[in-house]
Write a protein that binds this ligand. Structure first.
Ligand code: F6P
Length: 539
């Protein structure tokens, strides 16, 4: 069983955590006017305020010491080189290359391949936008349907929604992921096969859900009277598995490559992001890339003290390994970032939901927390009760766009709500204030005294603020790269491989076995599964 690395530093952090657990965050801010400045970082147009945390100066300094001992900032260079960082699959990890503005030394060929692929991506987008690429019957393409799941869905889906105000007129982009036919049925509702273009996104083209949906979409097009030879007008593909794409009947010219040095959850910057480019146009897609590259350069060059991804990671390690938090919430106060928590779930939990270290030793310490969240203000009417009065320590990343506040009363109310939630989590309301509040509402003193304990808000609940002036392709790209690099940093400190996902294999294998048993063959698994199978009707 592997203990938390760097035991001397870990021991200091454990002792410091005992102190910081008791500290009053509001008092830290009142006593030290420089705290907001010192516990803040700026990068690529974003500002991180981490002053509202159960974290005193000595703990912050010791976390930086941990990062130094872990060699995180030395290791970051591997993200910009052909080092096989993903050692269990023997692969480099080069999603930064997809947005690089120049070829890193030794990666000139890969850089050229990316540029070629992006040029082909842009040609297709322009042809569809210009009406030069049409459906089999000569109709203009009106709808793009992305068929993919996990990293072949969550990133593009989230970005397309986030950048809705940048959509090119006349093009609608939809997403289908689930093997449940109700998903594709809903996506295709109201669409005309003659003006619909599908993108089959699958790094492996062996993913059951995507293959099933691709076949169903193909049949939907054929059922509309479009002949086999017309399918090329209605299907594109993105995959490392070019042979499987061709076998599906998609011509080479309609297939864009992917490479094994791009992890699925890190792939929206590649041709997996084709649906994004169809939605917002190639120039805006390149702004998204530029924002991510700006955050890459910040991550690559900033000293530890001023390194935004590193601080997000050190806060995660602090709460998970020393403060006992097993959950982490991301709450964007921006409706268009509604899919961001789901995207970050795969990024963080599929990367760092591990329990074995680089050397194959079982871990004696925790790794990735449960990442969850929803947009504000909606969360205030569902889970904020728990955040304010529950018994769970749940650090929150609030994402705000203050620059939008002046645009309308609604945006001003959105910002005011976000700021009030952070403040309420920190300040709370004690028994005396609760009683005064009740009396202020007309309760008699006896009833107010009875009820007051139910109104107490403990407060002292930690949160960070990530803010920028506007939600643009550039600022979104920087935000997503920020969380990618945070994930990398935490993985290095936990000494795990953030870039494989062996944990998803067993379920897939068992799924195939159980699917085969649905034909009533009577194969037995275990009493619970057998009981469930017994309920399956064999028509
Ligand atoms: O969940 C496992 C996984 O392999 C993810 O890592 C990946 O993003 C998803 O399935 C889809 O894989 P593919 O793009 O190969 O269809």
């Amino acid at each position: 069983m592997a203990h938390f690395p760097h035991p001397a530093i870990a021991g200091k952090l454990e002792a410091l955590a005992e102190q910081d657990r008791q500290v009053a965050i509001a008092s830290l801010l009142e006593q030290d006017p420089t705290r907001v400045e010192r516990f803040g970082v700026e990068a690529a147009g974003w500002r991180l305020d981490f002053s509202r945390h159960l974290l005193q100066d000595e703990s912050a300094a010791t976390l930086l010491e941990l990062a130094g001992a872990a060699g995180v900032l030395e290791d970051r260079n591997a993200l910009f080189s052909a080092t096989p960082l993903n050692h269990t699959e023997g692969r480099a990890v080069l999603h930064t290359l997809l947005r690089a503005q120049e070829a890193p030394p030794g990666l000139e060929q890969e850089y050229a391949d990316v540029a070629d692929c992006r040029a082909r991506m842009g040609e297709w987008v322009q042809r569809v936008h210009d009406g030069r690429h049409m459906g089999h019957g000569g109709e203009r393409i009106k709808t793009i349907v992305n068929i993919g799941i996990g990293g072949s869905d969550l990133g593009p889906r989230m970005v397309v929604e986030a950048l809705r105000s940048y959509w090119v007129p006349g093009i609608d982009v939809r997403f289908c992921a689930n093997v449940d036919p109700d998903d594709l049925d809903a996506v295709l509702t109201g669409l005309d096969p003659h003006s619909t273009l599908f993108i089959i996104c699958s790094k492996t083209l062996r993913t059951e859900e995507t293959l099933y949906n691709a076949r169903a979409a193909r049949q939907w097009v054929l059922d509309a009277g479009i002949p086999e030879e017309g399918l090329a007008q209605h299907f594109l593909a993105v995959s490392t598995n070019l042979e499987a794409a061709r076998d599906f009947g998609i011509p080479e010219a309609n297939i864009l490559p992917l490479w094994d040095w791009v992890g699925g959850r890190y792939s929206l910057w590649s041709a997996i992001g084709w649906s994004i480019a169809f939605a917002i146009g190639m120039p805006r897609f390149e702004e998204l890339l530029a924002g991510a590259d700006a955050m890459d350069q910040h991550f690559r060059n900033a000293q530890a003290r001023d390194n935004m991804p590193l601080w997000l990671s050190l806060l995660e390690v602090w709460y998970v390994n020393f403060m006992g938090a097993r959950v982490h919430a991301v709450i964007p106060y921006q409706q268009r970032l509604a899919y961001l928590p789901a995207f970050l779930q795969q990024l963080s939990m599929e990367s760092n939901g591990k329990s074995v270290n680089h050397r194959g030793q079982r871990l004696g310490y925790d790794t990735a927390p449960i990442l969850w969240g929803d947009v504000g203000t909606n969360g205030q009417h569902s889970f904020h009760q728990l955040l304010h009065q529950g018994t769970v320590l749940c650090p929150v990343d609030f994402i705000l766009i203050p620059g939008a506040a002046g645009a309308s009363e609604g945006k001003s109310r959105l910002l005011a709500n976000g700021l009030s939630q952070m403040r309420a989590l920190m300040v709370g309301r004690d028994l005396e204030a609760s009683q005064r509040s009740l009396e202020g509402r007309g309760a008699d003193p006896v009833r107010a005294a009875e009820l007051a304990p139910h109104l107490v808000i403990p407060g002292n609940r930690p949160s960070s603020t990530l803010s920028c002036d506007a939600l643009t392709p550039y600022s979104l790209g920087a935000l997503l790269a920020l969380y990618e690099h945070k994930t990398f940093c935490s993985g290095r400190i936990w000494q795990i491989n953030s870039f494989d996902q062996w944990g998803v294999e067993l379920g897939k294998e068992m799924g195939a076995e159980i699917f085969a048993a649905l034909d009533g063959s009577g194969q037995s698994f275990d009493p619970s599964t057998d009981a469930a199978l017994a309920g399956v009707r064999h028509d």
